[in-house]
Design a binder for this molecule. Structure first.
Ligand SMILES: NC(=O)c1ccc[n+]([C@@H]2O[C@H](COP(=O)([O-])OP(=O)(O)OC[C@H]3O[C@@H](n4cnc5c(N)ncnc54)[C@H](OP(=O)(O)O)[C@@H]3O)[C@@H](O)[C@H]2O)c1
Length: 259
């Protein structure tokens, strides 16, 4: 199958681990050039070293910065402009479901939740508006969450911000279609990996966490980051050339509603 990703220039935020890192690897395997991002400079450097060792020099660049910070997103754009001069695909992957405040109704919780889960995405897309490879097809993949579809016990602000991502996907896809840019969204279920949120929950309460998965996920297991990354790659590829404005659920069957 021809993904059409060879030689494409891709930017993925929050991609030194988990879903973003798995997606970076898959894009590179398809012959794309990828900028990965994280806040810890040492881990970022190490990830770039591993990827270059496996796939060859020049397949990846690292940008150290906080995807929730306006100034860091502006610096990322400057960096990508210097290195690539244009982009073919943006993956707005930064997000966090970790509770911040004591109460789910505290405004600090909502401000932080919206900042990392929704505003970071809006800023990224806005900042990169003039970077698209003009005259060619481009696309954007956003990351939502099952928390935006069902009441699954996530922080309120996280669920609301991730629903905002789905709304943004639909509205933006209309306007960007005029420029040949597709906009889609992936809705992951529960993804387990070393260093991720679900590993923390497994460590703090293994029995309850495992019971939650057994009782709520028809496939009765966590997702691997690669299983979510595969959906990102598909939506970003030519295989999805007629798909825009879509939210693709990858949750082992957990979403309850039919719509
Ligand atoms: N994991 C799940 O079960 C799950 C479920 C549904 C939706 N999602 C969504 O999927 C996306 C990816 O989640 P994930 O769990 O794979 O990743 P993650 O564990 O939250 O983050 C992956 C890596 O990205 C870096 N990172 C985190 N926040 C960052 C920031 N503000 N700026 C720059 N880099 C940052 C971290 O490295 P540094 O600490 O070095 O920055 C981290 O190691 C998120 O939008 C999340 O909400 C995840």
């Amino acid at each position: 199958m021809h993904t059409g990703l060879e030689g494409k220039h891709i930017v993925i935020t929050a991609s030194t681990n988990g879903i973003g890192y798995a997606a970076a690897k898959m894009f590179i395997e398809e012959g794309a050039y990828v900028v990965i991002n994280g806040r810890n400079a040492d881990i970022l450097k190490e990830r770039c070293r591993i990827l270059e060792k496996e796939y060859g020099d020049g397949c990846v660049l690292g940008f150290c910065g906080d995807a929730a910070k306006e100034s860091d997103i502006a610096a990322l754009k400057k960096y990508v402009n210097e290195k690539f001069g244009k982009i073919d695909c943006l993956v707005a992957n930064a997000g966090s479901g970790r509770p911040i405040a004591e109460s789910r109704l505290m405004i600090t919780e909502w401000e932080a939740g919206f900042d990392i889960n929704l505003f970071s995405t809006v800023r990224l897309i806005h900042e990169f508006e003039d970077m698209w490879n003009s005259g060619k097809k481009g696309n954007i993949v956003l990351l939502s969450s099952l928390a935006a579809c069902d009441r699954i016990g996530a922080p309120y602000a996280y669920a609301a911000a991730k629903e905002g991502i789905r709304v943004l996907t639909k509205y933006l896809s209309d306007d960007y279609a005029l420029h040949g840019i597709r906009v889609n969204c992936v809705i992951p279920g529960n993804v387990l990996f070393s260093g991720g949120r679900w590993e923390e929950l497994m460590e703090s309460n293994k029995e309850e966490t495992e019971r939650y998965i057994q009782e709520n996920v028809p496939l009765k297991r966590f997702a691997e980051p690669e299983e979510i990354a595969a959906a990102i790659i598909f939506l970003a590829s030519d295989l999805a050339s007629f798909i825009t404005g879509t939210s693709l659920v990858v949750d082992g069957g957990q979403k309850r509603g039919i719509a």
